[in-house]
Design a protein around this ligand. Structure first.
Ligand code: KG4
Ligand code: ZN
Length: 334
């Protein structure tokens, strides 16, 4: 099938065309980073308005890049949640309009299932089910045992902040810009990751907690009384990043070993992190675990991953009506 994917759950307006759930014919992403940067985070109302401006041109561009006409599209898959309601509604309304006008089947997709499915777009030999997936984004940090496209069992999850949130909040405290993960990733490359001892929480279970880590940085800043200097920042960024990377790698590896499933998929926006990718590569190799990670552009929000899940839902006979509504929360474990 040739599926048009539409994704507007946060601050990226995205559309993509995917053939047979595997081949990415186009992948258009209009980022709103510049708009939200001055506020240090996504402003939901502004995000919705920007989606309204971008959605039609982005879909048109995706069709053009793919070299297909609307007449060749066989189904529309759209992110239904979780995400910002106002943002989700823009993509959902555009997808419904296309479905109604062109009599195309429509299906609503879970954004987190999408992040995991991104791996099927990229790897020439995708992982066999079941596999262990670590979904690390701005809103989620969860380890799943993935049994098929829609059967996920939670093995561990964050009890407070998501890993992406921990990056973004730290960058705000360090006054180094937005989005935090990207800036810290860059700064850390010239820093010493053992320079500052940051805490690693919840060592004995598969759940995560990142709020103590953030507080530890805040305390350091308060004690100092002045903003961190340019000289201090690389070591701080590298050490802070290492504290996040350590627990993500360790707990995911433990999940794979304890479940005797030697396949790990890393996905979600934080999976774009250079250090996280390389530490996962090293550690999985040591334990003979197969490691899969999409290229960075398919780790952060995109519509290709939504089209992949859509393809499988359509194959199972799933169709949604024009009464489909957006949902801000939508857990995927069964
Ligand atoms: O998946 P995503 O694009 O949106 C959500 O579904 O949340 O993830 C966004 C998160 C942000 O917190 C951002 O700081 C983080 O992913 N991120 C990174 C990197 N690129 C994006 N974190 C660490 N290193 C990166 N290179
Ligand atoms: Zn996401």
């Amino acid at each position: 099938m040739v599926i048009l994917g539409v994704e507007t759950s946060c601050d990226e307006t995205a559309a993509a065309v995917v053939r047979d759930g595997r081949i990415l014919l186009s992948n258009v992403i209009a980022s709103q980073v510049d708009v939200h940067a001055r506020y240090g985070g996504v402003v939901p109302e502004i995000a919705s308005r920007k989606h309204i401006e971008a959605i039609a041109p982005v879909i048109q561009q995706a069709l053009r890049d793919a070299g297909v006409t609307l007449g060749e599209i066989e189904g529309v898959a759209v992110t239904r949640g979780p995400g910002l309601i106002g943002s989700l509604l823009v993509g959902l309304s555009a997808a419904k309009a296309l479905s109604y006008a062109r009599r195309l089947p429509l299906v609503g997709v879970n954004h987190l299932e999408g992040h995991v499915a991104a791996i099927f777009l990229t790897d020439s030999s995708p992982p066999a089910f079941p596999f262990i997936a670590l979904v690390v984004s701005g809103g989620h940090t969860t380890i799943y045992r993935v049994e098929d496209f829609h059967r996920f069992v939670i093995l561990g999850q964050t009890r407070d902040d998501a890993a992406g949130e921990a990056f973004d909040k730290a960058a705000k405290l360090m006054e180094i810009g937005y989005p935090g993960g990207v800036v810290i990733d860059r700064l850390a490359q010239t820093g010493d990751c053992s320079a500052v001892a940051f805490p690693r929480a919840m060592k004995d279970c598969l759940d995560f907690s990142f709020s103590g880590l953030k507080t530890s940085l805040l305390m350091r800043l308060r004690k100092k009384g002045t903003p961190f200097s340019t000289e201090e920042l690389p070591d701080l960024a590298a050490s802070y990043q290492e504290a996040i990377v350590d627990v993500l790698v360790e707990k995911t590896l433990r999940s794979a070993l304890e479940s005797s499933i030697p396949r790990i998929v890393l996905c979600g926006g934080v999976a774009a992190n250079t250090r996280l990718r390389s530490r996962f590569r090293e550690e999985t190799a040591r334990f003979a675990i197969d490691f899969f990670v999409p290229p960075p552009v398919l780790c952060t929000d995109n519509a290709g991953m939504i089209a992949v899940v859509g393809e499988h839902l359509f194959r199972e006979g799933r169709r949604d009506g024009l009464n489909l509504n957006a949902v801000s929360r939508w857990p995927i474990s069964r």
